[in-house]
Each structure stands twice: as C-alpha cells, then as structure tokens.
Design a protein around this ligand. Structure first.
Ligand code: SF4
Length: 298
C-alpha cells in the first residue's frame, strides 16, 4: 500500500490504514534487495528533527483521533536510539489517546541495537515491528542481497521478541524459484519456528519493474513458480512450522499478491489451513487458463 509524495512513495502495511504515518526517514538505507523496487526512486536520508516536528505539529489537529502511529519509511530503526526515544516521547505527549507506535525494521538495524536499547524503545511506546525476513534459507538470502544470513535473520527476530516488542513477520513464496522451493520452504519453516513471531504473513513473489530479480527472470535465469506450486510451497512451510502448543501466531496470506486468501492461528489452525491450501492447490491446477505472467508487474 503506498502514496506518492513530492519526496518519493510512502509505503505502509495494510493494517496501518488508520494510523498517522510519520516519516522519520526517506527511503530505505539498505535499498539492495533484488526483488524490491519500493524506494529505488529516492535517495535515502534521515529526516531532520525539524521536519519530523513539523509533520507532528500538522497532525496535532487530529490529536483526539490518533491512536496509532507508523514510523516510515523502510527501516525506521536505522535511527539512533536517542533520536527514536525523543520522537516517541513527543508522540506520547502530543497524542493523548496513543496506543501503539510501529515501524518496518530491517535485520541489520535490529542487530545493531542491543536488547536493552530495544527494550527502551518498547517502554517508550514502540509496540510492534514489521520485519520482512522473506526466507530462512542462506542461499536465497544471499541471492536476493538481503544483507544477512539465516542465522542473523533468526537472531534479529528473536531480539525483537526478547525485547517485548510484538513481531509481525513476512515471508515470500516463490522467492527461491523452482529449483530452491523445497529448501526455501523447509528452512523458512525452521526460522519461523525458532523465532515464534506474533504475526506471520506469506506474500507471493511479484516481479516489480526496476528490480534485479525481474531482469533475471526476463533473461531466463529465474523460474517463477506456477500458482499450484506456490500453494505446494506454502503447504510445506505450514506443515513444517513447529511452535509450542500455547503459541498464538496469527497467520495471514491475504496480500494482493496471493492467489487465495487464508487466515488462521498457529499452531491451533494448522490442519484447517493445510486443508484449505490443498483445496486451493486443486482449484488452481484445474484453472483452464493460467497466465504465467500473473505476478509480473507490467
Ligand atoms: S525489501 Fe525492505 S530492506 Fe529490502 S530494499 Fe526493500 S525496503 Fe529495503
């Protein structure tokens, strides 16, 4: 979900539709993931405190309505803790009904912070972090230039949970292409099990214009999974996730990229989800016409 502004697009998770979107950075400091084109058009910079205050002051007129704030753009945790704590305090003082502040976070930024620093952020109001782990497989992470390996990805997720911040994690179906699908599914399930996120979303790979992965695809060097193969990969992931029986991981596969909408809680709804995935897979196999370019942005 995004809006275009004078200084590039602003993205936010669908669940932040009612939130005040406060831009603390412009763009993403990593900006190298080969499947992503979100911030390719903008030069990364951290906004000045004056710019941030200006946006907060403009929002004060809605102070009785603002309950949630989302810190944009791509990786707000790149900010020094001191600056984040100052922003969180101003938000708390400005919006009396504020319930939570959230942001996207990259694994490298999470790892750069100590657990004590993350705990300080939590106590100051940062209650939810959206983290695109994408895969738990070293080969995939290296191929897409995520900037971390699987062990570091897991450590980043565990650090957020360990600091008491809720973790909403995203993984991408089809990211390993056909040849790596089974390994991607198995390793991703292992990583999810090791982290135990509060929320988990499975998106389907899209070939965004301007992304290196799309160039690979167009050169015939990367094979997209068909819709039934995507469902089979998701089946493998869900069936291999091992979470304690008292976990309540809210699972959603309801992004615009997904071929079918799925929702449940893990591990309680695992069998129902697996059965729904099998049904969806069968329906997709029976599709008379399938556009293999369905997930290619034109
Ligand atoms: S996927 Fe996230 S971390 Fe990677 S380039 Fe895009 S915004 Fe940055």
């Amino acid at each position: 979900m995004y809006f275009d502004t004078a200084e590039g697009p602003v993205f936010r998770p669908p669940s932040e539709a009612q939130s005040f979107i406060l831009r603390v950075t412009i763009g993403c400091s990593h900006n190298r993931c080969t499947y992503c084109n979100m911030y390719r058009s903008v030069n990364f910079r951290i906004r000045t405190m004056d710019e941030i205050l200006d946006q907060i002051n403009q929002a004060r007129r809605y102070q009785n309505h603002i309950r949630r704030v989302f810190l944009a753009d791509g990786n707000a945790l790149v900010l020094a803790n001191e600056k984040l704590l100052e922003i969180l305090k101003i938000l708390k003082d400005s919006f009396p009904r504020l319930q939570r502040v959230s942001c996207y976070a990259g694994p490298q930024d999470i790892l750069r912070k100590s657990t004590a620093e993350l705990q300080q952020l939590n106590e100051a109001g940062l209650k939810l972090v959206y983290y695109g782990m994408e895969s738990g497989d070293d080969e995939v992470l290296e191929h897409v230039c995520k900037g971390v390996n699987a062990a570091q990805s897991i450590e980043a997720g565990q650090k957020i949970i360990g600091a008491g911040i809720k973790l909403s994690m995203m993984v991408i179906l089809g990211l390993a292409g056909k040849s790596g699908s089974n390994r991607h599914a198995k390793k991703t399930a292992e990583a999810i099990s090791a982290i135990g996120p509060n929320m988990l979303s499975a998106l389907t790979l899209m070939m965004y214009r301007g992304s290196e992965l799309r160039d690979e695809y167009e050169r015939g060097e990367f094979e997209l999974l068909s819709p039934p193969e995507i469902m089979s990969e998701l089946y493998n992931i869900i069936s291999n996730i091992e979470l304690p029986s008292d976990s309540h991981c809210i699972f959603r596969s309801n992004h615009i990229s997904n071929y079918t909408m799925l929702a449940g809680t893990l591990p309680q709804d695992r069998e129902k989800l697996l059965s729904n995935i099998k049904s969806a897979e069968a329906e997709l196999i029976n599709l008379k016409e399938w556009d293999p370019y369905n997930n290619v942005e034109r």
